[in-house]
Design a protein around this ligand. Sequence first.
Ligand SMILES: [Zn+2]
Length: 476
Amino acid sequence: MDSKERIAAALKVATDTKAFEMGQGVLGMAAEVYNRFFEGRKAVVVADINTWPAAGERVFANLKEAGVDVDCYIIDKKEFHAEWKYIEMVDKIVEGDYAAAKAIEEDTDHVEADAEQAFKPFDASNRVLVSVGSGVINDLCKLCSHHHAQSYLTFPTAASVDGYSSFGASISYQNSKQTFSCPAPVAIVADIDVIAAAPKQMTGAGYADLAAKIPAGAEWMIADFMGTEPIVPEAWHMLQDVLDSQLSNPEGVAAGEPQAIADLFEGLTLSGFAMQAARSSRPASCCDHLFSHILDMTHHRFNGKLQSHGDQVAIGTLTMCAVFDKFLTYDLTDIDVEACVAAWPTLEQEQQRALDIFREFPAPDLGYTQITQKYLGADVVRERLTALRSEWPALREKLAGQVYSFRKMQDLFKAAGSPYDPAQIGVTRQMLKDMFPKVQLMRYRFNLLDLSKMLGIYDELVESVFADGAAWDLNA
Ligand SMILES: [Zn+2]
């Protein structure tokens, strides 16, 4: 299958997105695509001070020339993240109340409104959002469109994340990074000329966000084996069958070659479609993303700046590749299942452990709620570890065929211009090591660290990443 056929096949499985136009110069299709889905409705282009000159202005002009009743709202901030305050701002933009939106934008100590109260019935006099920007603007437009029972149109300006086409928006609300359920855009218009001209660092970040699907896929295999989250075949194949090939030209990505950027963007888009098909972010993320979520939730800054999603995910991805390197060295065909079961903590013990680990965290009960959801009883542990003992050679081979070694991934990141050492995002190796207990517990999804806890090899596994001569040698 070539790119066009792959996209056509993926659109059939994707539940929300009906059109995906990608190519050089496709910005000129703005009005045509808009009218395909929203003819007669009023529009508002949402951009920021960087994306307005990069593409917003041209999208706006194209819509206006075609007779669309269109406004624009330019977010006047050098730096903003996907925080709830901006959701309230964009909700006002949909309703055409730009003065109220500006007031929220400029409110420095904003008190978050109740997320449950944000939903409004459909009103045809509201404006259709036309998102022109990277991941944050798109996520804001995605959730706010859902709040108003309508869809939207997105013009990505960088191949920086896979969120353009994904189901759900990742927003910080009440000190916690949360994925809010909401449909992907009905149409995506990806102009490769615009995307290839984005700052190199954003493209490097996007490459890492795509590469994260390598260890995330391996962890999904583990969750599938455990029976907690079975693999959804159409979501799996759509992305994983082309992933190796779409990660194979990091030099082209770094050089901004149009074909390499188109391949990268296609991979990120297929990842989003896989999430639509699975109705979950499971196809796209696991522990590789959780390190990033901790950094977001603790407002981590480097040189005064918040670090981008993909840059943070790069470090989580490399770290998980290093964990897999060690994990695959074990021979689990001779594990002492009864000893593992005897050492297995009760739910109450795990809840207490989670409360202790998250005590100083901005969301102190996060670990408690998630472990309560994902805790498996001793009977399940016995049954699954017994199965693992006999099926390990086959599972090990599958995992080894999926995951990349730390060294391979690090070389790819160096070539693509993605971060390849935690110091590049202002994270020390000790900080990274200290995140592990939270990473294990902070999401209801079964992950490799959960399995290593059951097997009694968790400490060894974590230590191996930070040992002398290892990936993140603490003394290097
Ligand atoms: Zn991501």
